[in-house]
Design a protein around this ligand. Structure first.
Ligand SMILES: [Zn+2]
Length: 98
């Protein structure tokens, strides 16, 4: 039996033949994006320190790229959410923190 190239996906922990690729530190998380949209409308210093910290960490992680292993399913899911929240088509949410 040939040795397979199976690695563990870092996001869903499923095993698959994964190429080594560049992935963001954190996948796009729908609940965080919703929070960003909600908070985006009140970005006037009314955030708690915790919320500011949480948001800036998330923002950093989604944008920082590193080498890692993610399966096709997770990758496609992430691309879908990325398109939904970061490409045009999200309406007037005004979530431009960067
Ligand atoms: Zn996965």
């Amino acid at each position: 039996m040939a040795k397979s190239n199976k690695r563990v996906c870092e996001w869903c922990y499923g095993k698959a033949d994964l190429p080594r690729m560049y992935i963001p530190e954190s996948p796009v998380l729908e609940f965080m994006e919703k929070k960003l949209i909600r908070i985006g409308k009140h970005f006037d210093g009314s955030l708690s320190e915790w919320e500011e910290w949480e948001i800036s960490c998330y923002d950093e992680m989604v944008k920082s790229i590193r080498k890692g292993n993610v399966c096709t399913k997770c990758w496609e899911e992430d691309q879908k959410l990325y398109d939904k929240y970061y490409e045009e088509g999200t309406g007037e949410s005004g979530v431009m923190l960067f």
